[in-house]
Write a protein that binds this ligand. Structure first.
Ligand SMILES: [Zn+2]
Length: 652
């Protein structure tokens, strides 16, 4: 019996039973724009099958929140567009789409969403024909409005009531401090009147504390399981199973040869890139708590409800990232330069789609203090191979009072190191006495005759405060002292030489500049070396908190306790700048409190780097070298290190 007229039925049209991926696959519904898409034309969900799970969660009535935490290139923007297209055509309701920055609003609304509507027969039906309906910050359709907001405008948008809320790249939203409104919380408040609301977040993760990872951890945490073509076992593909020949390490060569395979962790068979697409097509999404057997039976119960559905997508399954390119990225990220530029974090985030785990936790003064002992001040432990020093010069202009903080630091094999002396002196003469003029005796009392005592090989002197005094001092001690300037970093190179002539160009007369001709100033990336000295001062732990190896630094017996207060008064924090870019910075824990001991330790680490301590290897490890590269005999005349100004600067 038909109790509704056709008009009534149209007015009360319920959403069809299509899922978002089915709707998007229907010919003409989603046409990808040649201007913004690598593969223009009819959208096909089969191209990125792993996106069907998150998209179809949108049409699941039991799901209220969807988190997608993924690698960079997995078509998540397209998935958001498909969901919004589906809303417009099938299940209209007020919708808000939030992007990180103000300029992203125009970009997305005019360059992405406008073409999407105009290219789609299904969506064009819903525009009213008024050209002003597709504005920069909102689109008016026949049955709904789509608002475009950015993180900073979300609180203004708070008057509106929203049923569908999309957060695009929330980890790039500016951090909101103190009493300022959190844009995500503000926007979510707007949706409470809808029992059938949907909140979608899609993002490449940053750190464990980033929005997306925190949110994903509250979800049912679904992961992609792909089958092995040989044994049939379904596994979450892990980067650690990606293998290549031992002789292949050069990123360009890796791409060129493409000799990278996935080793099944069950049967050990090699799976190659060409097989990947077919296996990904057979993938299955499983929540935390569930597993699947080789014959396809799902066992176990999800730990949390699918009301909050989370999806983690690795670049290993991506249609647009090949395994060789991922492997090449890994080797690039692990060069010294890559590490200095933070490429390890980028690799985790953009390639693997996982948050970056900071290895160094915040240091506690009381913990570092435990590394004291075993030798007294100004004596050298037996394993020490070379000494470097640092000085930080301050002068009060008004009263001419000078204070120079210094530190002497010893280094041995495997980056083991000892702070053997530290303190402050009132003049350069006293600094010479304390640090440079005489060698330091062995801590175990070995005499100068039995084993020569060590003297400081090089001292880095910070010229940040009073450059001219420092340059003059260093000019008189060429080779032994080097003026430096700290930069907060991260920089391309941990240490970089710049000419002192150019550094003094604007301040000194031509004649005085000639005094410094040929002298160089070293720019020290304090970010890099702060990472280094703080990681040396803590034991290395595994994921369960068990100590793998003890801390590398030890401090002399009589070291004053303020050394440790100063040493731990900076911490590494993740900040988002106004443009929404996240970056790490070292910041004081207590603003204004001194950090002299940290600063001098950082300069010593830089001096040690300059002397190439990371190349120090015990003699026996030379046996491991193949005969062809092992030197037959030691060269008779070894160049005295520290003689030339930039001698010994390692290749960067
Ligand atoms: Zn297998």
């Amino acid at each position: 019996m038909n109790i509704f007229s056709k008009a009534e039925k149209d007015a009360w049209r319920l959403p069809s039973k299509l899922t978002v991926s089915q709707w998007s696959d229907k010919p003409g519904n989603r046409m990808l724009d040649p201007d913004t898409s690598a593969e223009p034309g009819q959208y096909r969900s089969a191209r990125t099958p792993y996106m069907r799970g998150p998209m179809d969660a949108f049409t699941d009535t039991e799901v209220e929140e969807i988190d997608v935490m993924s690698a960079g290139q997995v078509a998540k923007s397209t998935a958001i567009q498909n969901m919004i297209g589906y809303i417009i055509d099938e299940d209209p309701g007020p919708t808000m789409y939030v992007v990180p920055r103000e300029k992203d609003v125009v970009d997305r609304s005019q360059k992405i969403f406008k073409p999407m509507v105009m290219l789609s027969e299904a969506l064009r039906r819903h525009i009213t024909g008024n050209p002003r309906d597709l504005q920069t910050d909102y689109f008016t359709f026949d049955r709904m409005t789509l608002y475009f907001a950015w993180a900073g405008s979300a609180p203004e948008m708070a008057q509106r009531t929203i049923k569908y809320l999309f957060f695009d790249e929330p980890d790039k939203y500016p951090l909101f401090a103190g009493r300022e409104a959190n844009p995500i919380a503000q926007a979510v408040k707007r949706t409470v009147t809808f029992w059938d609301r949907k909140i979608v977040k899609m993002c490449t993760p940053t750190t464990e504390l980033g929005y997306i990872n925190v949110s994903y951890n509250l979800s049912n945490k679904q992961e992609i399981f792909c089958p092995c073509p040989h044994c049939g076992e379904f596994k979450i593909w892990k980067f650690s199973q990606l293998k290549l020949p031992k002789t292949l390490r050069d990123p360009e060569k890796i791409i060129e040869t493409g000799d990278v395979w996935y080793e099944c962790e069950v049967c050990g068979i090699k799976i190659y890139e060409v097989q990947k697409a077919d296996l990904v097509a057979e993938h299955i999404w499983l929540a935390e708590g569930q597993t699947i057997t080789a014959d396809g039976n799902i066992t176990g119960q999800p730990v949390r409800s699918k009301r909050h559905s989370g999806f983690n997508i690795s670049g290993l399954v991506s249609t647009w990232m090949s395994w060789p390119s991922i492997m090449a990225d890994w080797f690039r990220a692990n060069t010294e330069q890559g590490i200095a530029q933070g490429a390890r974090m980028e690799f985790d985030n953009l390639t693997l789609g996982i948050p970056h785990k900071e290895t160094g936790k915040k240091l506690k003064a009381s913990e570092v203090r435990k590394l004291t002992g075993g030798f007294s001040r100004a004596t050298v432990p037996a394993d020490c191979l070379l000494l470097v020093a640092s000085a930080d010069y301050h002068k009060s202009r008004a009263r001419g009072i000078v204070r120079i903080d210094y530190q002497v630091h010893g280094f041995g094999y495997g980056m083991r190191n000892w702070v053997i002396s530290s303190g402050s002196v009132p003049s350069f003469e006293k600094l010479d006495d304390e640090v440079l003029l005489s060698p330091f005796p062995w801590a175990d009392g070995t005499s100068q005759k039995e084993k020569p005592w060590l003297a400081v090989m090089v001292m880095f002197v910070d010229s940040g405060y009073e450059p001219d005094d420092v340059y003059e001092y260093c000019r008189q001690r060429p080779g032994l002292t080097i003026p430096t300037k700290g930069e907060p970093g991260p920089r391309l190179k941990p240490l970089q030489a710049s000419s002192l002539e150019s550094a003094t160009e604007h301040r000194l007369s031509r004649r005085s500049r000639q005094r410094y001709r040929g002298m160089q100033l070293l720019i020290v990336d304090t970010f890099y070396f702060k990472d280094q000295v703080t990681s040396w001062a803590q034991p290395r732990m595994d994921d369960e908190g068990k100590i793998i190896s003890p801390a590398l630094t030890q401090f002399y017996d009589e070291i004053p306790s303020y050394y440790f207060t100063e040493f731990t008064n900076e911490q590494k924090v993740l900040l988002h700048d106004k443009r929404g870019n996240a970056r790490w910075l070292w910041q004081p824990v207590t603003t204004g409190a001194p950090t002299h001991s940290l600063d001098t330790a950082v300069l010593c680490a830089a001096a040690a780097f300059y002397k190439g301590v990371h190349y120090l290897r015990p003699a026996k490890s030379q046996k491991a070298l193949p005969a062809a590269v092992r030197p037959g005999r030691r060269p008779k005349h070894r160049r005295r290190s520290g003689s030339g100004f930039l001698d010994g600067l390692p290749e960067l």
